[in-house]
Design a protein around this ligand. Sequence first.
Ligand code: PLP
Length: 455
Amino acid sequence: MITSGKMQPGTRLKPTRELALDLGISRNTVSISYEKLHAEGLLETRRGSGTFVAHINNSLKLLETESDTQRMPSSRGQRALNSTIGFIADSELPLTPGLPALDQFPFDIWARLSSRFWRSEPKELLPYGDPGGYFPLRKAISTYLAAARGVFCDPTQVLIVAGSQAGIDTTARVLLDPGDSVWVEDPGYISGRNALSSSGAKIIPIPVDSGGLDTITGELISGNAKLAMVTPSHHYPLGSTQTLSRRNAILRWADNADAWILEDDYDGEFRYLGDPVSSLHTLDTIGRVIYLGTFSKILAPALRIGYLVVPKDLINAFVAARVVCDRHVAIETQAILCSFIDGGYLASHVRKLKEIYNSRRIALANELRKINYLVDVVDHGAGLHFIANLKKNVSDVKVSQFALSYGINTPALSTYAISRKDLNGLVIGFANTPESDAPWIIDKLKLAIHDAINS
Ligand SMILES: Cc1ncc(COP(=O)(O)O)c(C=O)c1O
């Protein structure tokens, strides 16, 4: 009923005791069923108020409900289908990695800027716009990047896209042919590699350790790859920073192999410990790095806005790819974001978020350290997440499923791996979890770990 849409997201389920009585079955059977549906992401619990139908991804619902009526897509369509099986849209559950502080979205300012935009009756902006993006926004981003990330570029090199995901897809369209080999980090960002594999690229997993992606191993495994997709400032999900020698080595490799590097700098603004880490793009003197940024971690993922910074001699090809794909991102979002940056709101919002994320990081890490007989916190003091490795001989997938049954979404580290078998931990997203919630969340997590051990 949930997957067919007969039970709508947000619908409250009967308490287990009541449903058991209604159906004349044991309460235990009902509880186990609820737990299974939790583990599959179909239900969510809200503390103190009960069990509800989760907000699951609509396309997944469609696939599940009407699979017998679906026709065979092209092989490209089939690859996309295969790579997103089991995909569930980000939930708002505590600890969900990747989510920014949704309670801190600048609603008032955004509403004011939006209203100002429409009241100015911008008729000239209503025809099809520039496929590279609204030029004043591209200018604002290039200025912001120089100050915030040491990325120096001409505004014409900045292309506005619908989030990192669209940036990765566009890069694949421009730089890859089916069958081309691509280095991806192992473990690594699943949605990113799905975009690459959907384009027909051959995914080559390259191990990551505390010094980031190991370039030498990459060259040994597949020296003639066409592209490397990396998160050098703050690896996703391990959190490590790529060492300077490995950064230089990957740039040298790209130059020698006539290959490209896609630098996903998704949370580069947020570093709480140690010196700021500059981008790989800063070191690139040969025009091999395509830099990718997003507003998903600063504002909200649902705005769907991010940007690519492309080498000058690739601008035309990238703009052409934007034209054939979706022409451009909605002008409204671009124009409001532009006023947000030009009005100085972005800089102050990032400053404020840094403090908030840092307090949330510390609160969760401190609570986790109270159960250090169960977990080992590996926190590099950056971004929106850290790792809690499991100390006991218990599967991270099982712990994650039990955690979901308590209404907590901490994905298993091993599920981000491609060929690695040595990972057993939890990815802890802290940015959207207020400090005051940390104690009860970690209490539930402790229960989940014990449940998994005893199961
Ligand atoms: C590694 C990585 N890159 C990029 C993103 C952001 O994706 P998007 O800009 O498509 O929302 C995320 C979000 O979780 C991420 O984890």
